[in-house]
Design a protein around this ligand. Structure first.
Ligand SMILES: *[C@@H]1O[C@H](CO)[C@@H](O)[C@H](O)[C@H]1NC(C)=O
Ligand SMILES: *[C@@H]1O[C@H](CO)[C@@H](O)[C@H](O)[C@H]1NC(C)=O
Length: 546
């Protein structure tokens, strides 16, 4: 970081300045939410524990010092541990240890600082069970431009937003029950992430480089989480991000094998998990009329003018997307996005239904632009200065669930018309597992299109996958038929190398609509045990009684 290189690196004799607890972050901060005082200037101090205030007293902004072999920094009146990496000289991590949301588990939050102007916010939670033996999941929401706090506080995190954002409640179905999870706000200017200058990121491949550096720094500092399998899980536009990011990680792993470098960690990329993702636009846009006119929650009559008109738009949309696939340039990709979004996604938005859940109406004046009032609650909670201070976020930074400027920048670049599915065969053929799941009430990234692109994906497993028929997915705890599963590469004792799950009675945000089933799905997937026990039962039946 340029700023830090210009600054004196004060190495202080330790204990005398620190009449503090053994861990610099042992705050035990109880968050009392007082929305009213939200607009103070330079208010971090007010909300810091006395221990932290004592440590920071007399220190200059951006001053760094050492304590217990760790480097610390003061920035925006907040205290962070500073983590550097010899192989990534233009990156560093600023970390604090909050006790929010689920105070029973270890947490880290803070920023990846990229060069001197990009800052990516993350919040990590340890697994509620056996963290040292639990896998690590990186969770990404989509947008583009939307914060992963939606996943954290509305879907699968350890706490759920409640009481209009005045409080959060414990989530018994958190995916952290059996996994360590990082929630990352990316790219810059999304959620709590920010840029100092006018820097923007508007393409998934560029965003991927920063995510890779983030993981290397994180795992260097916390090697405990590097020994178990790593999964990248993403929703919605994350279906475009995740294959790109996984591909960067996979290439770096291969490079590392050829040219070993002790300073870099092999990232145990075990699987890519896509939930109601947008991944192969050529196939997925074309599925929209099929879904909204003939799907399980059709919103238009198949003979209606809307359906007839939408169907006539498919060939042009596909021709434009194809030319983006072929020419891979903004000039080919932007028209594709503009045409397909307005002509095929437009009618979804105009249907008066919730685009993310065809079963529900959406009144934007009451439910907000995103059709879920909880998105506003999340903004209320995360904009509380005490919450920000606890997370290591400058209390003057304003949080928004989605940043529409970032969204527009990705659109203007045509990013969403690229075929991210094309990146997956290399991964799958090298043993990285792929799970695609989709709530069947979602209109934006419907399950029909998701199943079709997975059927079309050319991998070692395609032939087998195309032959598989859907079998019921029955949850282990409730015994409910929660959906339908198709799997290839499974030997009846594994979850498969290529697996598709249609989730019943769930919209775009599956863990919100079906929390128990979603937890069953993720647990079985990360433990690599079958999602359908039918095969196992059949196999058991073939063994004669003893
Ligand atoms: C928030 O909820 C917790 C229990 O879930 C409760 O103990 C606490 O008092 C609540 N805080 C506020 C400010 O309502
Ligand atoms: C399929 O997945 C299993 C893990 O369940 C893995 O061990 C195996 O290598 C994968 N198969 C191929 C051909 O990559």
């Amino acid at each position: 970081m340029k700023l830090q290189r210009l600054l004196p690196l004060a190495i202080l004799a330790t204990t005398s300045v620190l009449a503090a607890p053994s861990s610099l972050f042992e705050d035990a901060q109880q968050v009392v939410l007082g929305g009213a005082e939200a607009k103070f200037k330079g208010i971090a101090n007010q909300y810091l524990s006395e221990a932290k205030q004592a440590i920071l007293k007399g220190k200059k902004e951006l001053q760094t010092w050492y304590h217990d072999g760790k480097e610390f920094i003061k920035q925006n009146n907040l205290l962070y541990e500073l983590v550097r990496h010899p192989a990534f000289s233009s990156y560093s991590l600023r970390v604090t240890e909050p006790k929010l949301c689920d105070s029973a588990v270890k947490q880290m939050s803070g920023y990846l600082d990229v060069a001197d102007d990009k800052h990516l916010f993350f919040w990590f939670f340890e697994s509620r069970t056996a963290p040292a033996d639990a896998p690590l999941i990186l969770w990404l929401n989509g947008g583009p431009g939307c914060s992963s706090s939606t996943g954290l506080l509305f879907e699968l995190g350890p706490c759920s937003i409640a009481e209009e954002g005045r409080n959060v409640t414990y989530n018994p179905h958190s995916w952290t029950n059996n996994a360590n999870i990082i929630f990352l706000d990316q790219p810059v200017n999304v959620g709590f992430s920010y840029a100092d200058g006018s820097t923007t990121v508007n393409s998934s491949p560029v965003a991927g480089k920063d995510v890779y550096a983030f993981l290397e720094l994180f795992l260097k500092r916390y090697p405990k989480y590097s020994t178990q399998p790593f999964h990248i899980a993403a929703e919605s536009y994350g279906g475009t991000y995740a294959p790109n990011f996984a591909s960067v990680i996979h290439k770096a792993n291969k490079e590392l094998k050829l040219r070993p470098d002790d300073s870099l960690k092999h990232i145990n990329l075990d699987s890519v998990i896509l939930g109601n993702g947008q991944t192969d636009p050529y196939i997925q846009y074309a599925s929209i009329p099929d879904y909204v006119c003939e799907g399980p929650y059709a919103v238009y009559d198949p003979e209606s003018p809307q359906c007839q008109s939408m169907r006539t738009k498919v060939p042009t949309c596909q021709r434009l997307v194809k030319s983006c696939y072929n020419f891979n340039s903004k000039f080919a990709c932007l028209p594709a996005i503009l045409y397909c979004n307005s002509q095929l996604m437009g009618p979804i938005v105009q249907s008066g239904r919730n685009p993310y859940d065809a079963r529900r109406p959406c009144d934007r004046s009451k439910d907000g632009d995103l059709c879920y009032k909880q998105m506003t609650w999340i903004e209320n909670w995360l904009n509380d200065p005490k919450v920000k201070t606890t997370l290591g976020v400058d209390p003057e930074r304003e949080f928004a669930s989605c940043n529409m400027e970032v969204n527009q920048a990705f659109v203007a670049n045509g990013d969403g018309a690229h075929n991210s599915a094309a990146l997956l065969p290399d991964l799958v053929n090298d043993g990285v597992r792929l799970l695609v799941y989709a709530g069947n009430a979602d209109m934006m990234c419907n399950f029909i299109g998701n199943e079709r692109w997975l059927d079309a994906l050319e991998t070692k497993f395609s032939e087998e996958f195309r032959k598989t028929k859907g079998v019921p997915w029955v949850t282990l705890s409730g015994g409910n038929v929660a959906g339908k599963v198709r799997s290839a590469g499974s030997n009846s004792f594994t979850a498969g190398n290529v697996t598709f799950v249609e989730v019943y009675e769930a919209g775009h945000m599956v863990p919100y609509d079906q929390p128990e089933a979603a937890l069953d799905l993720i647990n079985r997937w990360i433990m690599d045990v079958p999602l359908s026990v039918q095969d196992v039962a059949a196999e058991a039946a073939s063994i004669p009684p003893l």
